[in-house]
Design a protein around this ligand. Structure first.
Ligand code: LMR
Length: 332
């Protein structure tokens, strides 16, 4: 094994569908590279702990050369101890007919305890990615409840980015790898704004590669917004493998510098960029710098249509923040 110190990743909901799809790829080196050992702190609750014992056996049976250590636990402090990354997946998932914000009261409390335990037990340099929905506001709850660093807590909009790229590629008749610069603005919800106007296809503006602008505005946007619901309807369960994949894409994109001219989508604490309200966890196009820090991509054009869409998702996030603050008795 490489002599590098392992990157310790704590995962909640580790035996659930998304966790199960994520941890084997983490252990294989698919995220941090073939020379970087990984340690896994796997956290579950209640009956999930029995399943987790089986997952642990399977990790042993995979004999991963890069896997330096595995902790399995139901205790948050033990689980987050020494973590470089916390991947917060565990949450009550959305069922058919529910919007993500219906989960706010149910899941909000979980993220208060997790934010506090991360502050107590993880490394001071820890980074946190929230996947459990409603992920933007859950991330804000964890950040504020734990007093975590404002540049260290993220919520996942990468699944939406990947979905948007696949749909733009199919429409333009190109491979998905030709589609770049897709920003997801705002909430990981049905109000998100998948920004086609700044996207590129084969290096050209997507609006040139795709002549059907009515499709971009009227079909593409709702299709991305509703894709999670479409998967739930078809599968009878919310997306899992694609969500795990997007979570790992997010970790990789925040760990390694972003290729020149591109960006990736992730929700971060708004600093007021583009006139968006400060203090909500808002999806932006983000670039990771060579020193490992990140920045919101500046200078993009948002036309009147885009501004209108961004205002809708901003309003929803402000409402979620108010609802959660009241429900939890916390100043978010
Ligand atoms: C998704 O986008 O597939 C997940 O966030 C699940 C959901 O509730 O839509």
């Amino acid at each position: 094994m490489s002599s590098r110190a392992p990157i310790r990743v704590a995962v909640t909901g580790a035996a659930g569908n998304i966790g199960y799809a994520a941890i084997f790829r983490l252990a294989s080196g698919a995220v941090f590279g073939p020379d970087q050992p990984v340690a896994l702190n796997l956290i579950e609750v209640g009956p999930g702990l029995d399943a987790l014992a089986g997952v642990r056996m399977e990790l042993e049976d995979a004999a991963f050369p890069l896997l330096a250590d595995v902790v399995t636990t139901g205790d948050l402090d033990e689980g987050f101890r020494g973590a470089d990354w916390c991947l917060l997946i565990g949450a009550v998932p959305r069922k058919a007919g529910m919007e993500r914000k219906d989960l706010l009261g149910i899941n909000g409390k979980i993220f208060v305890g997790q934010g506090q335990a991360i502050a107590r037990s993880a490394k001071p340099t820890v980074r946190v990615l929230v996947v459990g929905n409603p992920c933007n506001t859950n991330a804000l709850i964890a950040l504020r409840a734990g007093g975590l660093g404002e540049d260290r807590v993220f919520a996942m909009t990468r699944l939406d980015e990947n979905r948007a790229k696949a749909m733009l590629a199919a429409k333009a008749g190109v491979h998905v790898s030709a589609v770049r610069n897709v920003g997801i603005w705002g909430n990981h919800s049905a109000t998100q704004f998948p920004d086609f106007a700044n996207a590129t296809v084969g290096g050209k503006p997507a609006t040139q590669a795709i002549a059907d602008h009515a499709w971009l505005r009227e079909t593409f946007i709702p299709a991305v917004q509703q894709r999670g619901a479409a998967v739930i309807k078809a599968r009878g369960a919310s997306s899992a493998a694609s969500a795990a994949n997007a979570a790992l894409d997010t970790l990789r994109s925040l760990h390694f510098p972003t290729p020149a001219g591109d960006w990736h989508s992730v929700a971060v604490l708004s600093d007021g960029s583009y006139g968006i309200a400060k203090g909500v966890i808002f999806g932006f196009p983000v670039r990771t710098k060579a020193d490992g820090s990140w920045e919101i991509v500046q200078g993009l054009t948002l036309d009147a249509f885009a501004r209108e869409k961004v205002a809708i998702t901003e309003k929803e996030l402000l409402e979620e923040r108010a609802t959660a603050s009241e429900a939890l008795g916390l100043a978010l």
